[in-house]
Design a protein around this ligand. Structure first.
Ligand SMILES: *Cc1c(COP(=O)(O)O)cnc(C)c1O
Length: 362
């Protein structure tokens, strides 16, 4: 299939999906597997859809190496809904929780949790505009916290935790929305992992929750039924209609990840892409990266010239060259190249060339 009209899209989310996945979905869009209907039109209680659902879960479990004592939940509401659901189900244990404040989404999660209990800021990078990740030694942990929450990759600031915090008996809860499946993760270290799908996994509308099956749950009497993990667990993610289409696409993305050598294969490719881009930026006299080395994200690369007009011109000229959605988040300005799994190496090479040419011309 010819796809000469595709651009390299560096959007922070929703973001690129692998071309192979889009082509396969297109080929099956009116008649899935001889069913005579689209996956979008299928009853979620049908045999055909149940098979898609089960296969997708199995593939996801295998690729992420998720142990058998963890449930995988397919939900809606986005990662933002998890900001509420986590305290609504876990805070009741001691009425307290530890949060690491390392950026925009980490802070939103923290603010939401304050409605339901006492939040202790176990670490913060606010003093330097969230350009770094605190070290294990800098974490101030509460032994009586119901859980410790952190955001593994800070999508807006462009920083990423390079280690999994040690919190003893306090369960780890992690927002992995923007780096899930980009590197192997030891799931057994976590009580709960969640991720909105629209960065690395599938279209917007699907939220994945990975939860240890003996993680003690303490829903409040007022925790809404749809925000109670027990409801979703008991209903096998089908208490109500799940995001069927997104689940199907996740299955196709899993096949694609498999073809890249699984998550270890993806890790090699993503490290190569990120290094290529950071090397060009570090060598540049015009641009600089605010994120500190050692804390930099391999998914969201932020950079700027220090001159707003020049940044705007960069974004404009890049767009004209087929390199789109490079404008930084409105909170921080500058540029941001989100180089999620589906952004091809060629796209990053083209961006590197473009940066170097732009610098020569300006
Ligand atoms: C995008 C993002 C969110 C918000 O996700 P929604 O699905 O839009 O609610 C939360 N956390 C992180 C780390 C993100 O990248």
């Amino acid at each position: 299939m010819a796809n000469i009209d595709r651009v390299f899209n560096f959007s922070a989310g929703p973001s690129m999906l692998p071309l192979e996945v889009l082509n396969r979905a297109a080929a099956e869009i009116t008649n899935y597997g001889g069913s005579g209907m689209s996956v979008m039109e299928m009853s979620h209680r049908s045999k055909a859809f149940q098979k898609i659902f089960d296969d997708t879960q199995a593939k996801f479990r295998r690729l992420m190496n998720i142990p058998d004592n963890y449930k995988i939940l397919f939900m809606q509401g986005g990662a933002s809904q998890q900001f509420s659901m986590v305290p609504l189900n876990l805070m009741g244990k001691t009425g307290k929780a530890d949060y690491a404040d390392t950026g925009n989404f980490a802070n939103l999660a923290l603010k939401e949790a304050k409605k339901y209990g006492e939040v202790h800021v176990a670490a913060s990078s606010k003093d330097r505009n969230h350009v770094y990740i605190p070290t294990q030694e800098e974490l101030v942990l509460s032994p009586d916290a119901s859980y410790f929450h952190y955001c593994a990759n800070n999508t807006i600031c462009g920083t990423e935790w390079q280690y999994v915090p040690e919190t003893g008996d306090v369960p780890l809860v992690c927002d992995m929305s923007s780096n899930i499946m980009s590197r192997p993760v030891d799931v057994s270290k976590f009580g709960l992992i969640y991720a909105g799908a629209q960065k690395n996994l599938a279209p917007a509308g699907l939220t994945i929750v990975i939860i240890r099956d003996d993680l003690p749950l303490y829903p409040f009497p007022y925790t809404p039924v749809m925000m109670d993990y027990q409801t979703i667990i008991k209903g096998d993610s089908m208490y109500n209609t799940p995001p069927c289409w997104c689940i199907y696409i996740l299955g196709l993305v899993c096949d694609w990840v498999d073809a890249q050598g699984g998550v270890p294969g993806i890790e090699v490719i993503k490290a190569k892409k990120a290094k290529m881009l950071y090397d060009v930026l570090d060598a540049s006299k015009l641009f600089h990266c605010p994120a500190e080395p050692g804390s930099r994200s391999d998914m969201n690369v932020t950079f700027r010239s220090g001159n707003e007009e020049l940044d705007d011109l960069f974004v404009k000229e890049a767009t004209a060259a087929g390199l789109t959605t490079l404008k930084g988040h409105r909170n921080v300005g500058g540029m941001r190249a989100s180089i999620y799994n589906a952004v091809p190496v060629e796209g990053v090479e083209r961006l590197c060339d473009f940066i170097q040419t732009f610098e020569k011309n300006h």
